[in-house]
Design a protein. Structure first.
Length: 112
């Protein structure tokens, strides 16, 4: 739980997202774009294909690939589509949210 996903919307077109490590190492790297919906690249602030790829790419960086594919659309609407000009998502918040999603699924399965 030591990453932050950050980007600043600089105008029309694809945006860059950087992964910052908060473990004191001062490491950073550009977020790898996993292309599934948008050949153009990352975007945020709405629910389209650029935000979908951003959501998938963040979750693949943070979680297992199967879990990322399971949750990326819901994650897009919760974290990416609602972001304003500046994108700032903490890994800890992602992991908390994933835990909530899994608890809801477990409760639904038990109640069914």
């Amino acid at each position: 739980m030591n990453k932050i996903y950050m980007g600043v919307n600089t105008g029309p077109g694809p945006q860059d997202v950087v992964v910052f490590y908060t473990d004191g190492s001062k490491r950073t790297h550009p977020l790898h774009h996993i292309v599934r919906h948008s050949l153009d690249g990352f975007q945020w602030g709405y629910g389209g294909s650029g935000p979908a790829d951003l959501a998938l790419s963040i979750l693949c960086d943070c979680l297992s690939v199967p879990m990322a594919h399971k949750y990326y659309q819901a994650f897009k609407f919760k974290f990416v589509a609602s972001a304003d000009r500046q994108l700032y998502i903490k890994e800890a918040d992602i992991l908390d949210w994933i835990g909530e999603q899994e608890n809801k699924e477990k409760q639904n399965e038990e109640g069914a």
